[in-house]
Design a protein around this ligand. Structure first.
Ligand code: SF4
Length: 470
């Protein structure tokens, strides 16, 4: 195809002066690889169903060029992001595009495990044996003796190890369906690369498993060569170390398996429903309302467990739920928080920027997260009163001295149960009986069940009395 593929944007908006050209250096292989990919996507009629995952590296700006769905991945994480995209959008054509530093150094674990799981994604690995974007450091694929800014004496196996042959490494795994190494150093090989790219995408479309094409590509700028010298260097130096050819072309049995079971999670966990469709453990059968909650405090306050209990309450009532924890390296006393989403439909992201409810178990968390609670939302604060000078004008704040109440009952650690009770009474987004049932199931030590029941009821009573007095 001589004209520009319609898979590319008409104009590239990255820079006003570069609206009709890419940022790649003259003679760089990325431009050729992009063109081959765009043509393949066009010919497959897959423009509207393609999701392109861009890496960190010279091709970081690929999303400025491909007029398809685009996601920018963190360094090395393209196969993980592509996995999530493919599993959540199985009908899409998911393309991961990575360089040698990104894939073979920072993302070694991601590529190995995605390939080993046989994810039905296509990864295009541009190998130019050097870090380009960051100025020429040694990459895992740098040749023995090749100079780089970090090996000015030339790569020495005794010090830096040998070049990693990623395609061969992946070919030792059972799951991959197709692995080929191609090169862009002349017209004949570009045509072979074109064929390989199409084949990889075809296999993905057929749902036949993981496909991987390693593309040897010139980098004249960092190699300090003219484009012609760089092409010759690929042929004379790279090819003997990274021989071209197909290393895998079979359809593993795993592809026919159909992926992970798509059952409701409550069913997977054995929380079967009764004839009326309710999950018996829920007791009252009170419907759970969709709600997003952030629970925050110190490690050791039961922050994460409170979030887990909220998620399980939703789960038992047949809702879609997510629980996303975040905590420091300390086991105790470090900051900890979690995001809980209870929804009536599939959850796009477990990350909650503006929760409906914040449960702040200490002042630090209150000050940090209260500004993000949505207008009209609720903040439960684990104290008798708000700290001086605090103002959360957009949200309703309820002070519940949960730690003190729990302490009076005999165990300050039951403060999370007090707050669970207070939240139930304040919002009625879930029933008291299902919450109690989940609470008891979550406390492993039976001798603490009664105390936690009391703590839960105390939280409910506190909220109810506060409402009555208001
Ligand atoms: S530094 Fe190398 S890989 Fe990066 S754009 Fe320039 S030629 Fe291409």
């Amino acid at each position: 195809m001589l004209s520009k593929s319609d898979v590319f944007y008409d104009r590239y908006e990255r820079k006003a002066e570069l609206q009709h050209q890419t940022h790649y250096c003259p003679g760089c292989g990325h431009g050729i690889a992009h063109k081959l990919l765009a043509e393949a996507i066009h010919d497959l009629g897959a423009k509207d169903s393609t999701i392109f995952v861009s890496p960190v590296g010279c091709s970081v700006f690929a999303y400025y060029y491909f007029d398809v769905g685009n996601v920018q991945a963190a360094h090395g994480r393209t196969p993980a992001v592509a996995t999530a995209l493919k599993r959540s959008c199985p009908g899409s054509l998911v393309i991961g595009y990575q360089g040698d530093g990104d894939l073979a150094a920072i993302g070694t674990a991601e590529i190995l495990h995605a390939a080993n799981r046989g994810e039905a994604i296509s990864i295009f690995f541009v190998n130019n044996a050097i870090y380009g974007m960051t100025g020429g450091q040694m990459a895992p694929t740098t040749l023995v003796g090749q100079t780089s800014t970090t090996t000015p004496w030339g790569r020495r196996p005794a010090n830096e190890g040998y070049p990693i042959h990623v395609a061969e490494l992946l070919a030792t795994l059972e799951a991959p369906a197709y692995i080929e190494r191609v090169s862009l150093h002349d017209g004949k090989n570009i045509m072979k690369a074109r064929k390989a790219i199409r084949k990889a995408l075809d296999i993905q479309r057929a749902g036949a498993g993981f496909t991987f094409v390693e593309i040897l590509s010139p980098c004249p700028t960092i190699w300090k060569m003219t484009p012609v010298e760089a092409q010759r260097w690929v042929e004379e130096k790279l090819l003997p170390v990274f021989p071209l050819g197909i290393l895998r072309d079979r359809r593993p049995a795993i592809a026919a398996d159909g992926g992970p079971p798509r059952k409701p999670m409550a069913e997977v966990l054995g929380l079967t429903r009764d004839a009326a469709g309710a999950i018996p453990a829920s007791g009252a059968g009170a419907a759970v309302q969709p709600v997003t909650v952030k629970v925050a405090g110190f490690g050791g306050q039961g922050v994460l467990l409170l979030g887990q209990m909220l998620a399980e309450i939703g789960l038992r009532e047949g809702m879609e739920v997510s629980w996303l924890p975040s905590y420091g390296p300390e086991m105790r006393s470090g900051s900890a928080h979690c995001h809980v989403c209870i929804a009536g439909e599939r959850i796009g992201s477990p990350l909650i920027s503006n929760p409906d409810v914040l449960i702040a178990m200490n002042e630090l968390s209150l000050r940090k997260f209260a500004p993000h609670v949505r207008a009209g939302g609720l903040i439960l604060y684990n104290q008798d009163a708000l700290p001086a000078g605090f103002d959360a004008a957009a949200a309703r704040v309820v002070c519940v001295p949960a730690s003190r109440i729990a302490d009076d009952l005999g165990a300050a650690r039951a403060a999370n149960a007090v707050l669970l009770g207070a939240l139930q009474a304040e919002t009625a987004t879930f029933g008291a009986e299902v919450a109690l049932s989940v609470l008891v199931a979550a406390i492993r030590n039976p001798s603490l069940h009664e105390l936690n029941r009391k703590a839960f009821q105390a939280g409910r009573s506190f909220a109810a009395e506060r409402t009555a007095a208001a």
